[in-house]
Design a protein around this ligand. Structure first.
Ligand code: MV4
Length: 495
């Protein structure tokens, strides 16, 4: 592979191009009229404008992108995440045009693109799933019987749905029929497919996903898990690897289940197997994402592997080159999504110009971004500005580094989720590892923000003072000093 086209924008386009460059592969950027001055355009060896700002007229134009790729004699296309990354038709078109789609086969994408299809595919592979209906609901009375058997509350899901779209909780049999009908209508208009099914509703689960790699020679490994329980409206805000709640035994079992899911669809490339985990550490396979995910850097940091490099190597037909027993977790990594959203105002998207933009540096800090001071946040796309990733020898070190890195990150001109990051890193539930997908609903109030921002400053002072005062003896990393303002103030005075 000598030249690849990146069918994406923003930080992920840049991130893919950096690895390509290291591998001696030339890069082609595509961009919309809104992205003329974007960094991914400047970084690429060649760049082609493919249409107006709206994604539907640029980044989603399959044939336009493939035409550009053919004209520029590209060998492969990397789809990044979002846009066309999980579109089986696009993967097929790339292949039919004689190029390599850097991702799974169109078949694997098709199977896993349907939640019911995925359940059927893994049926014979000993993978735990939430109790529910196996097929699309066609007979309401049959479905009612299943609902009674599994017990209310039940959750209605759309087979073609994603990101929580089209889900409905039903608490009582009297609402069942009406909710099914509403869900079917909603699914038909949103996804063009009215197949819905029901599952037992797992209240306050944790979201834990396993990274998978499969080559074209039948080898499949997992790269352990990421926990993404801190979400809002199905948007992840904080992710980490490994999870703070799994035991080595459960981790091993889940890893085996994840590999089985990948085997069930002859998976090749990088993929993610998503599980729900309840408070007793029961785990249930939910779905498989057939793309590189936003949060992949935390896995890279704890394994010392470049996942884009692995994707390209696999796409070139190379063997994995390691087996499961060669892979080991080293350290702990946390990612915070830095989004142009105002946490003090319901996380409403904020628009404007980045007046100041200075990123944190230092050992154990990584920033994947695509902005510079003076740039405007385009309103047409995802509001994510950057991903701030920290890694340390253990979870506490990664948390401390995150608190420090956030306080070293200077953004003015727009509101961001940085302040929420400080809140989360200092919250007792997060620090102790005793949290779930209801973290924000349960604990977050805008009033907590100003408060924790002050703590950040104090934390930085306290940590550095302790460090030098004790002649390089670490005294801060046994316990994160984050819970009580009073303690912080005491510490500060004593320095
Ligand atoms: C569930 C669930 C509870 N019980 N399924 C949301 C997105 C989709 N990928 C699956 N989702 C859920 N499925 C059962 N049977 C709760 C959720 C859910 C959720 C899952 C992961 C992370 C955050 C979430 C927030 C709300 C609901």
């Amino acid at each position: 592979m000598k030249k690849i086209l990146i069918a994406n924008r923003g930080e992920i386009a840049l991130r893919v191009m950096r690895t390509a460059k290291e591998m001696g592969i030339k890069t082609v950027a595509v961009f919309s009229e809104a992205d003329r001055k974007a960094l991914h355009v400047r970084y690429a060896d060649e760049a082609v404008c493919i249409g107006p700002a709206a994604s539907s007229q640029s980044y989603l134009k399959m044939d336009t992108i493939i035409d550009v790729a053919k004209k520029l004699k590209v060998d492969g296309i990397h789809p990044g995440y979002g846009f066309l990354s999980e579109n089986a038709e696009f993967a097929q078109k790339v292949k039919d045009a004689g190029m390599i789609f850097i991702g799974p086969t169109a078949d694997a994408m098709r199977v896993m693109g349907s939640k019911l299809g995925a359940k059927h595919a893994v049926e014979k592979f000993n993978v735990p799933m939430v109790p529910g209906t196996k097929d699309a609901i066609s007979d309401i009375n049959e479905a009612k019987k299943v609902a009674i058997k599994i017990g209310y509350p039940v959750l209605i899901k759309a087979s073609a749905g994603g990101g929580g779209k089209g889900m409905r909780v039903v608490d009582d049999e009297k609402d069942f029929e009406e909710q099914i009908k509403l869900a079917q209508n909603e699914a038909r208009s949103a996804f063009g497919d009215d197949a819905v099914f029901i599952e037992k509703y797992v209240a306050a689960p944790r979201h834990i996903e396993f990274q998978i790699l499969g080559d074209n020679h039948g080898n499949i490994v997992h790269l352990f898990e990421r926990e993404c329980s801190i979400q809002r409206r199905h948007q992840k805000l904080v992710e980490e690897a490994p999870s703070s709640c799994l035991t080595p035994e459960v981790r091993q079992k889940m890893g085996e289940a994840a590999v089985n899911v990948a085997k069930a669809c002859n998976y090749t490339g990088a993929g993610t197997v998503e599980f729900l985990v309840d408070e007793k550490l029961n785990y249930y396979f939910l779905e498989m994402n057939t793309r590189l995910q936003v949060e992949h850097p935390v896995t890279e940091q704890i394994l010392g592997l470049d996942l884009v490099k692995e994707q390209i190597r696999i796409a070139r037909g190379e063997k994995l080159g390691y087996s499961q027993s060669d892979l080991q977790i080293r350290g702990h990594a946390i990612e915070l999504r830095v989004c142009a959203e105002d946490p003090s105002n319901n996380f409403l998207p904020d628009i404007g110009k980045l007046k100041t933009y200075k990123i944190p540096q230092g050992y154990g800090v990584r920033v994947d971004d695509s902005f510079e001071a003076g740039m405007e946040i385009p309103i047409h796309y995802d509001p994510m500005i950057a991903k701030l990733i920290t890694f340390g020898k253990d979870r506490n070190e990664a948390i401390q580094k995150m608190i420090r890195a956030i306080s070293d990150y200077h953004i003015t001109g727009i509101e961001t989720t940085l302040s929420f990051g400080t809140f989360a890193m200092q919250h007792e539930a997060f620090v102790s590892g005793n949290f779930d997908t209801k973290f924000i609903d349960k604990y977050f109030k805008p009033e907590a923000l100003a408060h924790s921002a002050n703590y950040t400053e104090i934390a930085a002072i306290a940590a550095s003072t302790v460090f030098s005062a004790k002649r390089n003896k670490r005294v801060t990393d046994t316990k994160i000093q984050n819970t009580e303002g009073a303690n912080w103030k005491k510490n500060r005075k004593s320095f």
